[in-house]
Write a new protein. Structure first.
Length: 195
């Protein structure tokens, strides 16, 4: 072995020994609480408190989202119940009249309450007549019946822009027979909900 090779090997061996001696040792955090400084304990406590606050915030957010989902589901069910109730509502009129009877006013008050609760509800109020009278007369009377309900709802605080009226006159009878019972059923106003 020549002198040059020997020197190179010696330098490499020395460098290798130094690298082992200078390697950074990983220092494990002290496990004995007395070995931890007051600053370190405060920092660790603050870190733990922050993690706990984050965990609580995430849990609160999850609970709030669940609550909101249940409320939306309940609101949707209540909305559908209200729509069904409105669609089932009919008010009836005396012969050749568009004056609202007390029971009609009561039905309209319930409808007004529903419309105030659900601001997205919009109605079409349909006016109907029995078969007696001319077609033109019955169309006009049906319109007056629908308008009477419309104006009463406005008096109860429902916005006019949320309602429309239409008259079908005698064209859509509930009962097609020609007797007093059928005529009394056919003199009415009905409500449709616009979606």
């Amino acid at each position: 072995m020549n002198k040059k090779t020997f020197t190179v090997l010696l330098v490499l061996a020395f460098a290798l020994i130094l690298s082992f001696g200078c390697a950074k040792k990983e220092v494990a955090p002290p496990t004995d609480p007395q070995e931890i400084s007051a600053e370190e304990r405060a920092r660790l406590a603050e870190e733990e408190r922050r993690r706990e606050l984050e965990r609580q915030a995430l849990e609160e957010k999850r609970l709030q989202e669940e609550r909101m989902a249940r409320e939306r589901e309940m609101d949707q069910k209540q909305y559908q119940d209200v729509v069904d109730e409105i669609l089932a509502s009919r008010i009836h009129f005396d012969f050749d009249s568009y004056e609202l009877k007390p029971e009609a006013r009561s039905s309209l008050q319930k409808i007004a309450e529903h419309m105030k609760r659900f601001n997205n509800l919009r109605l079409v109020i349909e006016g109907h007549c029995d078969e007696r009278g001319t077609a033109e007369y019955n169309l006009a009377l049906g319109e007056r019946r629908a308008r009477a309900a419309y104006e009463f709802l406005i008096l109860l605080g429902v916005e006019s822009a949320r309602m429309q009226i239409i008259s079908y006159g005698e064209e859509r009878p509930l009962d097609p027979r020609s007797n007093e019972t059928a005529w009394a059923l056919n003199r009415r106003a009905e409500f449709k909900v616009l979606q």
